[in-house]
Design a protein around this ligand. Structure first.
Ligand code: GLC
Length: 503
């Protein structure tokens, strides 16, 4: 009997030991996994770090590339495209103008009745229409037919209070937010599609001609008076209200900037002298590249698997289309190598672009003590349930790193432009005639969903611009949201380039 009791005691002690050993080994294993998670995070943090020193190198690289892109065609990855916009709206514009704004997942049609200096914008109306996803990967003709159809519907709904001058054709400003090599203010051909548009043709075609042809098929009679990039539209829209606007930046699905440049600095420009001695340059900064940019292996993979490998490198580190996917890629690695979400890798984590930038913005800005919003998005978007708080914290940390890097790089780009035009306090060159530089107020007009809807991104950007400029100069520079300026800006440019202007 005693022997049996002893036997049982020994056996249960052995089971207890084995169980304890199992728990200990699991703990050690999970501690090891957890350390691995932290290791992946730290590695990402150091590879993507944007010290002020590094950002200053980016500022300088941006300035150097701007010079090179202005000097000759193909002189830089920065295309520095001529907009042929040499007379920005002044406030005196009058009459009815339309605008069409294409370049993201939605497009907009807009009409505005302008009342001159006193009346300004008497009334305006717009409609926003989503672009069916199949049209983003279809043919050029189908895309333009769809747009022209929506435009002609909108024109038909023109009501009281909107009136073209008698005997005058309606005029339109066309915001087309892709790289276009312009041949005049109202013509230009597409260089390439960006931002996930993979239209089978269209590259090399005259954008205005494509629109005119489609309008003709719809029986719509209208003249395209100005073809502009969204940055140029934003600059014009903001300039209408404030003369200090010199730069416009889009931070949305894609990213880009334009600014007002002295005509003589544009060596590759061989047209007649611009009317005002200056011209707006569409930089297409999304394609900027410099060895100083903190590129990680995740960026390399994202680029390699994208629709446009080797292109839009700056855009892929900064803009709304990509930030969510960078976070997803790091989480996937954590799931694979350190079992962050348990033994199996959640299948949704393998899906490109499943985690969108609005999701990371929501998670990043989750103020609840138990990070409930993070848990909700992990569950609804990635199918990951029951995440411990410490895992949610890692996710927030990662969103922070990705957003911070993007915002700080965009800031360096902005300061690079300010430096080029002598508005950063560091140089005396590059200024427009009569411009005192130092002490002169400069406004940077911003637009795009990333900037508008992601407060932490916005905060990082504003702080970094101020840090890079230094207190004294920062006091002269304002970075301001100029919401939906690009549509109305195109209408204003149609007005300032109207065929009836001198009549
Ligand atoms: C992409 C386009 C560019 C546009 C920007 C913002 O970078 O190439 O033309 O301005 O997105 O929409």
């Amino acid at each position: 009997m005693t022997r049996i009791v002893v036997g049982i005691a020994v056996a249960s002690a052995a089971v207890a030991c084995a169980a304890a050993a199992y728990v200990v080994s699991r703990r050690i294993r999970s501690r090891k996994h957890w350390n691995r998670t932290l290791g992946i995070l730290q590695e990402f943090q150091s590879e993507s770090a944007t010290s002020l020193f590094r950002l200053r190198q980016v500022v300088d690289a941006m300035t150097v590339e701007m010079h090179a892109g202005l000097a000759s065609e193909g002189g830089s990855k920065l295309k520095m495209l001529l907009s042929y916009v040499d007379n920005l709206p002044t406030g005196d514009e009058e009459g009815l103008y339309y605008a069409l704004d294409l370049g993201g997942t939605n497009f907009r049609v807009l009409r505005v009745q302008l009342g001159g200096r006193e009346g300004r914008v008497l009334r305006q109306e717009y409609e926003e229409v989503p672009i069916p996803s199949q049209l983003m990967v279809g043919s050029n003709e189908d895309l333009f037919d769809y747009i022209a159809l929506e435009l002609s519907r909108f024109v038909e709904s023109e009501g009281d209070g909107y009136h073209p001058k008698s005997g005058q054709e309606r005029e339109l400003g066309f915001t087309f937010s892709f790289p276009v090599k312009q041949t005049s203010v109202d013509s230009g051909y597409l260089i390439k599609w960006t931002k996930g548009f993979a239209i089978s043709d269209g590259v090399g075609k005259d954008v205005v001609q494509s629109l005119h042809d489609a309008m003709k098929r719809q029986g719509l009679d209208m003249r395209v008076a100005a073809l502009v990039n969204d940055t140029v539209g934003t600059l014009a829209g903001a300039r209408y209200w404030n003369e200090d606007v010199m730069v416009a930046v889009i931070l949305g699905t894609g990213t880009n900037a334009c600014y007002v440049e002295r005509a003589e600095a544009i060596t590759k420009y061989q047209g007649e002298s611009p009317k005002s001695g200056s011209m707006v340059i569409n930089m297409e900064w999304g394609n900027f590249w410099s060895s100083h940019l903190p590129k990680t292996t995740y960026d390399e993979d994202l680029d390699g698997e994208s629709l446009n490998p080797g292109e839009q490198g700056f855009e892929k580190m900064i803009s709304g289309m990509y930030l969510g996917d960078i976070v997803r890629r790091v989480l996937l690695r954590m799931a694979q190598e350190s079992f962050l979400f348990g033994g199996e890798v959640p299948t949704n984590l393998y899906k490109p672009f499943v985690l969108r930038t609005p999701d990371i913005s929501t998670m990043h800005q989750d103020e609840t003590a138990d990070l409930r919003e993070v848990a909700r998005i992990l569950k609804s978007v990635l199918g990951i349930v029951n995440t411990p708080l410490k895992v949610r914290k890692i996710v927030v940390e990662l969103c922070d790193l990705v957003a911070e890097r993007g915002a700080r790089l965009a800031s360096a780009g902005i300061v690079g432009i300010l430096k080029k035009i002598g508005r950063d306090g560091s140089t005396t060159g590059g200024r427009l005639k009569g411009d005192q530089g130092k002490g002169r107020r400069t406004m940077v007009a911003m637009d795009g969903g990333l900037y508008e809807h992601y407060p932490k991104f916005r905060k990082y950007l504003q702080e970094t611009v101020a840090n890079l400029l230094g207190e004294e100069m920062a006091a002269n520079v304002t970075v301001e949201l100029s919401k939906d300026g690009s549509g109305i800006g195109a209408a204003l440019l149609a007005a300032s380039h109207s065929q009836y202007l001198n009549a």
